[in-house]
Write a protein that binds this ligand. Sequence first.
Ligand code: 6PG
Length: 463
Amino acid sequence: MRQSQFGVIGLGVMGRNIALNIADQGISLSTYNRAIGAEKELLRQFENLVEENHDISIYDDLPQFIASLERPRKTLIMIKAGSVVDDVLHTLIPLLDQGDIVIDGGNSHYKDTLRRQEQLKAQELHFIGSGISGGELGARRGPSIMPSGHLEAYQEVSAVLESIAAKDAQGQACCTYIGKGGSGHFVKMIHNGIEYAEMQLLAEVYDLLKPRLEHEAIIDFLKTCRDSQQGSYLLDITIDILAKKEDDGYLLDKILDRAGNKGTGSWGSKAAFDYGTANTMMASAVFCRYMSSYKDQRVQLSRYREESNYTIDIDLKSLQEAYAFARLINHHQGFDLIQTASEHYGWDINLSEVSRIWTNGCIIRSELMTTCIELFKTQNTMLDNGQIIQQLKQNLSSVKRILKHVIDLGISAPCFQTAYEYWVSMTRANLPANMIQAQRDYFGAHTYERTDQARGTFFHTAW
Ligand code: 6PG
């Protein structure tokens, strides 16, 4: 029986589009999905998507699917993150042989990936955890792919993954070996944290402008941002969203202001707490989604709102500069957390390569990301780069101007606010943390260092 070069398990939105993308490359493919309940429909839908030139076999029987794969078997699992992945591995592992490779392309938590790698290693199998970004269209036409795990195992599957990935401006695959362990899913998690804050910044720009400008004028403003090196996929889709009409109005005006989330943004914020990095923007963006979920309570409490009669024409140049400022802080915070975790785990992540594979295919692709490629070739933090510092300094007055408007208008702009506070705190040689140390020592004898003594020498006072 002809054996397929590659296998895909899970024919949901991402899985079926990745499978079609793989088949587009002329790779012989076996696909599998359970034929239980509503999942039968997935198989039928997929059959209708297979094209004449595709060499695809479709199975609803796992042992037959496994038997159809050439050795060492290379199987990509595209299913919802969580315990479902463990359930699939539980049935899959007994069917596999030494040296076979399993790739998890879902949004799994990096610690789960580390655990699964150890689990499969004990069976002389390889487990690669790979972030895949770009949504449905990215999966079909070219995502950004962030694989990690055993390098030799990655080298067995790199040709397939690189063939389906988006291409950067030089035609190189937006797929690179991120590092050992769960580093690939960690980097994807931070991608999503940066994404959350980028989305929140655009929502705050819209919030500032919508009472004063028609959608077309807001679109013009966003196009000005795009023409000033602020171009990004998220900016482009925001322009499309503002333009989308329904009947006699705009669709956006009919969408309920309660934001959902699948957890990756909060995971990234938890990682900041784990590794002691001040990822204030992604955490703020997560809390903004939680705040939006209090919809009914907010409606109730809105009767207490102090309406502002402050009317100003937002200075669009200041808003554009404030947006550029906040994006720099957001990207710095994200890469800083990746670097911190990389040092903690010894992953040796190449931030320039991460920036490069994020220039196309993924949700946070942008012109700024292209700048980061060169920057991270010589530095491992954006705040060591003179041009970045210069942009932050020259745009700071605009951020202050916008935040004053925000307060006078009686609205909130948490991500703009926290970007400002991050920069101000990072540029103050002295913060009031001496008071915190004194308080901790007063009630808990937790001791403190002194400014007139060597670092690392601790003192206690009987207050
Ligand atoms: C991507 C996206 C994707 C994300 C979903 C939902 O990189 O393609 O980030 O992975 O999970 O868009 O994200 P939330 O539900 O958490 O907003």
